[in-house]
Design a protein around this ligand. Structure first.
Ligand code: ADP
Length: 260
């Protein structure tokens, strides 16, 4: 007997994804597979479509063509007899809850403490009890090294601490997948390391992650796969020792040379 196809599917399976803003075709047929427990780093020059692709995966943007599955679920659509039907907003919201996202700007609620930022969604969206949400939030704040900061407000925290709260907040929803959109690029250089080390631990704990980053050391050490995008296409993809250390395409070489 053959297995159901979704059991064989990688956690993220994107096929021929396209997306335009007006006449600007930003994604021109992106394919990407991310296996469970793997870390994929998306690299590429500004404007190459990396953020848009992440936003398509968790449906902050609607794709124009192609398909994206997360854990066997077709994102945004039901596929009935080969025809696609757009899901209702409520169903899309349920799919999005399975995916955590961390932004360049931390987007914490300014009038809530670190702990309240982390408990907000589990209580409001998932209907968890306050006690259960607080217990998990306390553990998560400990995990990101902020056990002693739980009663502080975002304005009382450094950028690196705020970003670690944002990571704890995303984890509180117990996502299957974490998306990071340049999580350290708004930080002062001395604060970058503390956020990357939380992300390294998350990766070694087996979280499936897609990370848009310019941090080459992180990509080299942590990524299972590095994907280099330019002009809305994947130029090359493979293990870091191939794509970063021995790129095959001139566009990748030019990009990497500029970072050095
Ligand atoms: P990257 O993350 O690689 O820097 P982006 O995905 O942010 O690239 O942007 C790719 C292109 O899409 C850019 O030309 C950008 O101006 C355009 N773009 C992104 N978001 C929007 C939007 N909401 N409306 C119109 N154009 C957009």
């Amino acid at each position: 007997m053959t297995e159901a196809p979704e059991l064989e599917m990688p956690l993220v399976h994107a096929l021929n994804v396209s997306k335009s803003f007006h006449h600007n075709e930003v994604l021109k047929g992106i394919d990407l597979d991310v296996e469970r427990g793997q870390v994929v780093c998306l690299l590429g020059p500004s404007g190459s479509g990396k953020t848009t692709f992440l936003r398509c995966i968790n449906q902050l943007e609607t794709i124009d063509g192609g398909r994206i599955w997360v854990d066997g679920d077709l994102m945004g659509y039901a596929d009935r007899d080969g025809k696609l039907y757009r899901l209702k907003d409520k169903q899309i919201a349920a799919q999005r809850r399975e995916i955590g996202m961390v932004f360049q700007r931390f987007n914490l609620f300014p009038h809530k403490t670190a702990l309240e930022n982390v408990t907000e969604s589990p209580i409001q969206v998932k209907g968890e009890s306050r006690k259960a949400a607080r217990d998990r939030a306390t553990k998560l704040l400990e995990r990101v090294g902020l056990a002693d900061r739980s009663a502080m407000y975002p304005a009382q925290l450094s950028g690196g601490q705020q970003q670690r709260v944002a990571i704890a907040r995303a984890l509180a929803m117990q996502p299957k997948l974490m998306l990071f959109d340049e999580p350290t690029s708004a930080l002062d250089p001395e604060l970058v390391g503390e956020v990357l080390s939380v992300m390294r631990e998350l990766a070694s704990d087996g979280m499936t992650m897609i990370v848009v980053t310019h941090e080459m050391a992180f990509a080299r050490d942590v990524a299972d796969t590095v994907v280099f995008m330019d002009g809305g296409v994947v130029v090359e993809a493979g293990p870091p020792r191939e794509v970063i250390s021995n790129p095959q395409h001139q566009r990748t070489r030019t990009f990497l040379a500029r970072l050095r």
